[in-house]
Design a protein around this ligand. Structure first.
Ligand code: ATP
Ligand code: MG
Length: 383
């Protein structure tokens, strides 16, 4: 009489299938018993940990992990057997492994348990982690490069902006000296002269203060931002740039905008990038006298935004699809990072950077940012 042929084949498959699976798996597979003793260790695990089966089979699995897990692993198993409380089993999580040479590495661990055995499946995450870190490093570098190139290009305008108050100070100081050396000193004239000197010195100081905020590594600070205020505060940098090119800047502020939570300096950096582009687009154009318009507005129910409206040559049609890609530029000295970095900053705050063509000729670039509640105001739940 035949034994049940299907049952027989299933049994065989379970026996041989498991070892075929072990050998073929790209992930490391480690089988242990309830004492933590390693029973099986597939070839992917051998490569990952740098251990031959003879070096680990029959020993405690804790050897595959660094402290503090190494000394605690027996306790982890005991607790699971005692309470059934799973910290990893059936959930999977990212843990640290240790190779034979002592090097540690991040790995994804999933564990299943059956028949008093535990089967761990491990994936080495070091390559993925390294790629993520490299990616982040490149992004940081991009912001850095952008800020520096922005500074370089702004320098001419800034020199102009600082020179004006400085020469005013010099002129008024000379006038003051003449007044004092006069026989009948006019104290009222002297007082006025001193006041102008002080005002002009403060004006130059403000320009330098704004400038300093952009240079050097600063930490990102999230705070409640009065949108109109933030734009007003950076306007002398914007104007320095535009007026040096003979272009006027007109502003329109929508009153009573709700505050948003963001880093004002970063939003100002976006505005600077947009106006820099606007200036470049208008520099040698025929509509220069129309100037640049900067307009804040409510956009949607709970968003605030700003638009930079220029009368330049408009956005080059053939670039339309890659407008916000990094290193896309039509300028001889351009890096092509202004719009890419700006979009990234705006997205950090849940907003979007957009473009449309100006019906009056030129471009409109703008962004809007949703209003968010400030941290710590007691409303963390959904609205
Ligand atoms: N307001 C605008 N009007 C017309 N074209 C624009 C405008 N803003 C951007 N562009 C086009 O988009 C390209 C990319 O702009 P982006 O700010 O990303 O880089 P860039 O200005 O060329 O260089 P960078 O900002 O790095 O100095 C520009 O080279 C230009 O061709
Ligand atoms: Mg630019």
């Amino acid at each position: 009489m035949d034994t049940d042929p299907i049952r027989d084949r299933l049994d065989k498959l379970t026996r041989h299938g498991f070892s075929a699976l072990m050998d073929a798996a790209a992930d490391g597979i480690v089988v242990i018993d309830r004492n933590g003793t390693v029973l099986d260790f597939n070839s992917a695990a051998q490569r990952m940990f740098g251990l031959a089966p003879g070096q680990i089979v029959g020993r405690n699995v804790a050897r595959l992990m660094p402290e503090p897990d190494r000394s605690r692993h027996d306790e982890y198993i005991a607790r699971y057997l005692r309470t059934g409380e799973a910290r990893i089993i059936g959930i999977g999580r990212e843990v640290t492994g240790q190779r034979a040479d002592g090097a540690t590495f991040p790995m994804q661990l999933s564990v299943g348990s059956a028949e008093g055995l535990f089967i761990g499946i491990v994936r080495d995450l070091s390559a993925q982690k390294a790629a993520e870190e490299e990616n982040q490093r490149l992004k940081d570098r991009l912001v850095e490069v952008d800020r520096l190139s922005l500074m370089g290009e702004l320098a001419a305008g800034l020199a102009h902006e600082i020179n004006q108050p400085l020469s005013a100070i010099a002129t008024y100081a000379q006038a003051g000296e003449r007044i004092v050396s006069d026989e009948a000193t006019d104290t009222e004239a002297l007082r006025k002269t001193c006041r102008v000197i002080a005002e002009q010195a403060l004006r130059a100081g403000r320009v330098i203060h704004n400038l300093r905020n952009f240079v050097g590594n600063r930490q990102v600070v999230e705070d409640e931002v009065d949108f109109n205020r933030a734009i007003q505060d950076v306007l002398n940098l914007v104007e320095a740039d535009a007026t040096a090119a003979g272009i006027a800047v007109h502003t329109e502020y929508e009153p009573d905008l709700p505050p948003i939570v963001a880093d004002a300096i970063r939003l100002q950096q976006v505005l600077l990038n947009l106006t820099r582009n606007a200036v470049d687009a208008m520099r040698d154009g025929p509509r220069k006298e129309h100037g640049i318009r900067i307009r804040t507005q409510r956009s949607g129910r709970r968003s605030v935004g700003v638009e930079v409206i220029d009368h330049g040559h408009g956005y080059p049609r053939e670039l339309a699809d890659e407008m916000f890609q990094p290193f896309v530029t039509t300028k001889p000295g351009g890096l092509g990072v202004g719009l890419a970095v700006s979009r990234r900053i705006v997205r950090t705050y849940g907003g979007e950077l957009y473009y449309r063509s100006n019906p009056g000729g030129g471009s409109i670039f703008g962004f809007s940012v949703p209003q968010k509640r400030a941290f710590g105001d007691g409303h963390h739940g959904q609205e």
